[in-house]
Design a protein around this ligand. Sequence first.
Ligand SMILES: Nc1ncnc2c1ncn2[C@@H]1O[C@H](COP(=O)(O)OP(=O)(O)O)[C@@H](O)[C@H]1O
Ligand SMILES: [Mg+2]
Length: 146
Amino acid sequence: MDWNLSTIVVGLDGSEGSDSAAAIGASMAKHWNAKLLLVTVVRTPEGWWGIGGAPPTPEALSAALVEGQQKILDDAEASLDLEGVTYETVAELGDPVSRLLAVVEINEADLLVIGRRGAGLAERVVLGSTADRLTHLASCPVLVVP
Ligand SMILES: Nc1ncnc2c1ncn2[C@@H]1O[C@H](COP(=O)(O)OP(=O)(O)O)[C@@H](O)[C@H]1O
Ligand SMILES: [Mg+2]
């Protein structure tokens, strides 16, 4: 098997854990000359999918959610060392686990980098719930950053 690191996906939720994941993802992208996808997913409000079956539009979501999502991406771009790195910021709506898995699959990513913990309110000593599910379900290797 000739595993090559061409595309790296990082999951960003604005937490310290995801900041660490982004720093490592960016550093790896630089060293391997890989493409970096910085992805943040805003969870759609509970029950949304049930309303007439219509997909949510960004306009229909609260402005605070979308602004918060853009701020996470802007902050990452500003703080990371991305000089010479080919990267994209990706804003997705829906279930964070499903959307991250979809981004990994569509882009045939070679590595998914996430924080061990996230922005969840629960003080967790163990892996976060998103991280837990991603490590079990991802189609590529997952790097979990403390
Ligand atoms: N909405 C999201 N969009 C993108 N990545 C996310 C999202 N939520 C979590 N992640 C990724 O998963 C990591 C672990 O978060 P999570 O499992 O949700 O922990 P917690 O339960 O503490 O919130 C984060 O550091 C981040 O890398
Ligand atoms: Mg979380």
